[in-house]
Design a protein around this ligand. Structure first.
Ligand SMILES: CSC[C@H]1O[C@H](OP(=O)(O)O)[C@H](O)[C@@H]1O
Ligand SMILES: Nc1ncnc2[nH]cnc12
Length: 293
């Protein structure tokens, strides 16, 4: 029997590996043409809405940022019917005023990864150039911002999120460069997750929890993994409450352009796309390019 689509997904980052508030839970294991997602996807009901939850590092935090199979994660969520993803992350702060414990809902992204990740579903005979001018969905981001505010969090609207390759943290010289580039917060996972969500025409917003001042601030201890996880743990109840509010308040309809992100993105003559590729990408491309029967 066809499953009811699950339209909202939460990707949990460092320190957020489960969502106990979900009811009528089902554990779904999905294989994709790009491999397996980070873990089983937990589908459950929150505030009357079906929600999918996926920990990006896997339960037990076994997958390093560079090893995350973001294509499998996003593809698997797409096959469930997901239209919106809220990505919860721990992040370092590159600005005095974004203090540990605060939340940032970023509106811009800088990719400082090293080209080792899989950045696109496309290629192999199908050339697609999506727009990433506004990398985060403005509508979903506003609801995330309001939800964090509603549960009493100190939350900043907007900010530039830089993704480094990791897994090591930045040097002091690098951290100074990121600040000069205009980055406000730093992590290791928003790229390529955000752009793959855009390719899959899924709205994507980040709820970034500041855990540290990276390594640039003289008066502070340089960031460590233990510090990040300990400080995120202190904020995890806030994140979960905000997600509950979001599940209650988010309207069904999407007024943004994310759902038609591919419309003007194809460079290839679509009549030339190989059949196996059409079949593999059917959940993403189906509305533009159905495989032959
Ligand atoms: C555990 S410290 C570094 C780690 O924390 C952040 O994870 P996520 O974005 O999944 O919350 C950062 O990106 C690194 O992966
Ligand atoms: N300072 C930092 N750099 C990179 N990723 C992080 N995640 C949390 N804090 C971080």
């Amino acid at each position: 029997m066809a499953r009811e689509p699950v339209k909202l997904a939460i990707i949990g980052g460092s320190g957020l590996y489960e969502m106990e508030a979900l009811r009528d839970v089902e554990e779904v294991r999905i294989s994709t043409p790009f491999g397996d997602p980070s873990d089983a996807i937990i589908v459950g009901t929150l505030e009357g809405r079906r929600v999918a939850f996926l920990p990006r590092h896997g339960r037990g935090h076994r997958i390093s940022p560079s090893e995350i199979n973001s294509r499998a994660n996003i593809y698997a969520l797409k096959t469930l019917g997901v239209e919106r993803i809220v990505a919860v992350s721990a992040c370092g702060s590159l600005r005095e005023e974004f203090a540990p414990g605060h939340v940032v809902v970023p509106d811009q992204l800088i990719d400082a990864t090293k080209g080792k990740r899989a950045y696109s579903f496309f290629g192999n005979g199908l050339v697609v150039h999506i727009s990433m001018a506004d990398p985060f969905c403005p509508h979903l981001s506003e609801y995330v911002y309001q939800a964090v505010k509603a549960v009493g969090g100190t939350v900043h609207k907007g900010g530039t999120f830089i993704t480094i390759e990791g897994p090591r943290f930045s040097t002091k010289a690098e951290s100074r460069v990121w600040r000069q580039w205009g980055a406000d917060i730093i992590g290791m996972t928003a790229v390529p997750e955000a752009q793959l969500a855009r390719e899959a025409e899924i709205c994507y917003a980040a709820m970034a929890h500041v855990t540290d001042y990276d390594v640039w601030r003289e008066a502070e201890e340089p960031v460590t993994a233990e510090m990040v996880i300990r400080r995120l743990a202190a904020n995890v109840a806030l994140a979960k409450e905000a997600i509950r509010v979001l599940a209650r308040t988010l309207p069904e309809e999407r007024p943004c352009a994310c759902g038609s992100a591919l419309q003007h993105a194809f460079a290839t003559d679509l009549s030339l796309v190989p059949e196996p590729l059409k079949r593999d990408l059917a959940p993403i491309l189906g509305k533009y390019l159905a495989p032959s029967a």
